[in-house]
Design a protein around this ligand. Structure first.
Ligand SMILES: Cc1ncc(COP(=O)(O)O)c(C=O)c1O
Length: 384
């Protein structure tokens, strides 16, 4: 008898990870590959974090921890909100998670019922809609563009019908756009007035080029804030994130976390306590990202591409290639095969319009991004 497989598991692939695999296979076969497909820093964790990890390895048993995280880290997270944003957070509301990815799963399960409708901007990070879909929650796609700075607005939400939740990201992936403090307050007020649970993904805070990012936590304690050590803190593989959870969801998140994960990685937690004191080192990475961004924009402009989302933060350039092609997957395949530059097709982020867009990550080393810019500039005129 044929065994059944669940339809809930049939979510689309994260194409960026598929491109990474193809690029890694080519590199293993000897090709000279430049990785601009995945959003991860080319730098290690800050020195003090690595030293703390070494001390912990030598001295501490690396066992399970409390499901919500070790107290010193929860206290450090709360202190970070006071210092960075002037917002008071009780350490009891700061929950440590296995990357922000786990925080989304826990938050969505705690806040939403199967069948609920949760809005999110498109283009946007694909895992939001895929995790929601796997949980039987309906993702409500809000198509955004230049006119709203690629971010949702109360007006767009009002056109979307009944909503139970809204996910926002500022700075956003793939567009790098940000929501300023006034617009964030307007969105939070709209959500409050309409019984919509706001989830704010703040994973790219710290990586900003124009103005500092504001936390949605400043709009009130009912907002779920998600963040991570992956991006600004340069710790993707340490698989550590956090969330600020409203008091009414705390206990259910705790029980879900106990059952799903037992605890977040202990070694990463012990090391991450030092991360908040490493801003000088980490801000130097942001200086490099800005230079990488400017170099990439200059190369694409020189090659005739001139329409990008603003990239005010994060480390991505979302570029319109529709004058060259509407098949961004084929475009990326050819680019990889002919130049060794790996980038991500826009369909990952926008299934309807993404055929005319690509995302380039400029989180890597300066030499790598500069060489990619050179190859792109030489190849693009031949791409059409
Ligand atoms: C917008 C956004 N949110 C969340 C994540 C997940 O990151 P992690 O699970 O490493 O914290 C990513 C990763 O690329 C992202 O771009």
């Amino acid at each position: 008898m044929t065994l059944r497989a669940s339809r809930r598991g049939l979510v689309p692939p994260f194409i960026a990870m598929d491109v990474l695999r193809a690029a890694t296979e080519r590199a293993a076969a000897g090709a000279d590959i430049l990785h601009l497909e995945v959003g991860q820093p080319g730098t290690p964790a800050p020195r003090a974090v690595r030293e703390a990890a070494q001390r912990a390895l030598d001295q501490a048993p690396i066992g399970y921890t409390d499901a919500l995280g070790i107290t010193p880290l929860r206290e450090a997270i709360a202190a970070h909100y006071r210092r960075q944003y002037g917002v008071a957070v009780d350490p009891a509301e700061a929950i440590v998670t296995t990357g922000s990815s786990a925080a989304f799963l826990l938050a969505f399960l705690a806040a939403f019922e199967a069948g609920d409708r949760v809005a999110l901007a498109v283009p946007g990070y694909p895992a939001y809609r895929n995790i929601l879909a796997a949980l039987g929650i309906e993702p409500v796609l809000i198509a955004v563009g230049e006119n709203t700075h690629y971010q949702p607005t109360p007006e767009l939400l009002a056109e979307a019908g009944r909503l139970d939740g809204l996910i926002v990201a500022s700075p956003a992936n793939p567009t790098g756009t940000m929501i300023d403090a006034d617009d964030l307050a307007r969105l939070a007020q709209y959500c409050h007035d309409n019984g919509i649970r706001l989830v704010s993904d703040e994973i790219y805070h710290g990586i900003t080029y124009e103005a500092a990012a504001t936390t949605a936590r400043a709009c009130g304690g009912e907002v779920i804030v998600v963040n991570s050590f992956s991006k600004y803190y340069s710790m993707t593989g340490w698989r550590l994130g956090w969330m600020l959870a409203p008091p009414d969801l705390l206990r259910s998140i705790e029980c879900l976390a106990q059952n799903f994960y037992i605890s977040p990685p202990a070694l990463s937690q012990l090391a991450a306590v030092a991360a908040f004191d490493c801003r000088a080192e980490l801000d130097r990475h942001v200086v490099r990202y800005r230079a990488n961004r400017d170099r990439l924009i200059a190369a694409l402009r020189a090659a005739g591409l001139s329409r990008f989302a603003p990239a005010d933060g994060a480390f991505y350039l979302y570029a319109d290639i529709s004058e060259v092609t509407r098949d961004s997957e084929e475009f990326c395949r050819r680019l990889l095969a002919e130049t060794g530059v790996a980038i991500t097709p826009g369909r990952d982020f926008d299934q309807a319009r993404g055929g005319g867009w690509v995302r380039l990550s400029f989180a890597g080393r300066s030499e790598e991004v500069a060489e990619a810019a050179r190859r792109l500039e030489a190849w693009l005129p031949r791409a059409g």
